[in-house]
Write a protein that binds this ligand. Structure first.
Ligand code: GLN
Length: 542
């Protein structure tokens, strides 16, 4: 039977609860255990799919097509386990399930209430499908004390009693702020946060305390005493240089030992930390560096491109180089010549995106990359814009555009209303709901033998995750191919272009999917490893 670790956060948000949870998952794996992570999100959206990436960060997509919180991406990157829809739930989804049941009459006349109906729904989510795992780590979004998280806190409190004795451990992540005037790290916010948690019936077993400098022994004793945790269970979580240092750092502080001890597993199986140490070593001792321009739209909020940034870092790890990112708002190129911006970079990446604003700038970035033979990686929207560029400037279709921007005379990129998923026909109405209605999740597709992309993958059969509504229109395929753009990957039915490339260019690849979602520090995605490799070649030329 699985053991459960519940992870809550206190004092302030943005303490890195997702990364802490993911790192603990990695540490348990390093001891030979199988681990699953789940995230409980208190907001009312059914999923984050309709939320703006500038507000909520990127929407992470799983193989089974769920649009999830970006923490799920951290879980995948740290544990290597591919997440599923059932790893992320929101208050919105919980209530939606309950209201659907109520309307069907499933509650047989009962008054439907937060306790027990909402809490039962949450508990079912937490407990479901864990048969194959030694540990299930459940992260509660938000900060203890938030009104909207109350039912989740109550549900995990109840689980402490529902589960067999010793099968649930509570980890609380908090912050010790340094007060310059006093020259001290302060324990009080953590004391208050734990008090709040205790008032809700949860006594944390372990305190993971973020601080910007080492916590003196006296302060640790104080936390232990006032927060009612063992002195060894006050774990300091100091700032580190890279998120991939976190597993080793928390391990050195004894987090995994303490969690296992809290379950009564003592002595614990020895950990194998070699792979994480190697990743840290490569990050901190690069043998060179490259600069990649990311020409996008949400460049003000890096969380909107979380997986992309990480995948580029993984490409750097694979090549033992540091990857510097230059963020460029694509709209700039609508007024200005891209050359002065792009001449000095070693690779250009146009990431996924939505809407017309900034699109022309992305098209100009693709043109620059094609003409100047600078490595170009077009992801989803970045592929679509590269194809529009080819249609305009190589085929001569001046009016080439995407119907995403309104009715197009030459819809080189058009709306998909029907496509095959396996053997099933998926349909979308032009005016249908926006939530959860894109081509979502993993679709396998063949790659042309002999193409650059198939060489990079080392395979002609791949499966990658999608999240888009529009597709490159195959009515233009022949003309584009005649002009030199190779359609190196097509959906199995031959209707949907998946990848394009220019054979006479050192590295110009567009993919309709999001390879960044499957890249991991211990297993960098081949396309990112290869793109950074190509940028490294380019850096030797410029
Ligand atoms: N906006 C484009 C579409 O919906 C691309 C989406 C994306 O880049 N994820 O097809």
């Amino acid at each position: 039977m699985a053991r459960y670790v519940f992870i809550t956060g206190g004092v302030v948000s943005s303490l890195g609860k997702g990364i802490a949870s993911a790192a603990l998952g990695a540490l348990l794996q390093a001891r030979g255990y199988s681990v699953r992570l789940k995230k409980l999100d208190p907001y009312l959206n059914v999923d984050p799919g309709t939320m703006s990436p500038t507000q909520h960060g990127e929407v992470f997509v799983t193989d089974d097509g769920a649009e999830t919180d970006l923490d799920i991406g951290h879980y995948e990157r740290f544990t290597g386990r591919s997440a599923v829809q059932a790893d992320n739930i929101t208050t919105g989804r919980i209530y939606k399930n309950i209201i659907d049941k109520e309307r069907r009459g499933d509650y047989l006349g009962a008054t439907v209430q937060v306790i027990p109906h909402v809490t039962n729904e949450i508990k079912d989510f937490v407990l479901d499908g864990n048969e194959d795992y030694d540990f299930v780590l459940c992260e509660i979004g938000g900060t203890v004390g938030d009104i909207e998280a109350m039912p989740f806190i109550e549900a995990i409190r109840q689980l402490g009693n529902d589960l067999p004795r010793g099968n649930a451990v509570y980890v609380h992540l908090s912050l010790m702020p340094f007060i310059a005037a006093a020259g001290e790290l302060k324990t009080k916010p953590t004391q208050h946060s734990v008090k709040e948690l205790q008032a809700l019936g949860i006594a944390p077993d372990i305190l993971l305390v973020r601080a910007d400098r080492p916590i003196p022994p006296e302060e640790r004793r104080k936390l232990s005493l006032f927060c009612n945790v063992r002195s060894t269970a006050v774990i300091q979580a100091l700032d580190v240089g890279s998120i991939y240092d976190v597993p080793s750092a928390y391990h050195r502080e004894g987090l995994d030992t303490e969690v296992l001890a809290a379950f009564g597993i003592d002595p614990a199986p020895a950990p194998r930390m070699g792979a994480w140490e190697e990743v840290s070593a490569r990050i901190h001792n690069p043998e060179g560096e490259v600069t990649i321009a990311v020409v996008g739209k949400y460049t003000g909020l890096k969380d909107a491109y979380k997986s992309l940034i990480e995948a580029l870092n993984h490409g750097g790890i694979a090549n033992r180089v540091k990857v510097n990112l230059e963020w460029i708002e694509s709209e700039v190129f609508e007024e200005e010549d891209p050359a002065p911006y792009l001449e000095k970079v070693h690779g250009i990446l146009v990431p996924g995106g939505f809407g017309e604003r900034g699109a022309e700038g992305k098209i100009r970035a693709a043109q620059f990359a094609r003409e100047r033979k600078v490595p170009y990686f077009g992801i989803c929207f970045g592929m679509q814009m590269a194809v529009v560029e080819a249609a305009r400037n190589l085929v001569g279709l001046e009016k080439a555009s995407s119907s995403e921007f309104g009715p197009a005379k030459e819809p080189v990129v058009g709306l998909m209303t029907e496509w095959l998923k396996g053997n099933q026909l998926e349909k979308r109405a032009v005016n249908g709901d926006l939530g959860g209605t894109m081509r979502l999740g993993a679709y396998p597709h063949p790659l042309k033998a002999g193409s650059l992309i198939s060489e990079i993958y080392g395979s002609t059969e791949v499966s990658e995750r999608h999240r888009h509504r529009y597709e490159v229109n195959i009515d233009y395929k022949e003309r584009l191919e005649d002009a030199g753009l190779v359609f190196s990957g097509m959906s199995p039915d031959g209707l949907l272009p998946e990848t394009v490339e220019y054979p006479d260019h050192p590295w110009f690849i567009g993919v309709q999917y999001h390879p960044e979602l499957k890249s991991r520090p211990l297993d960098p995605h081949p396309l990112f490893a290869s793109f950074v490799g190509a940028a490294l070649e380019q850096s030797r030329l410029v």
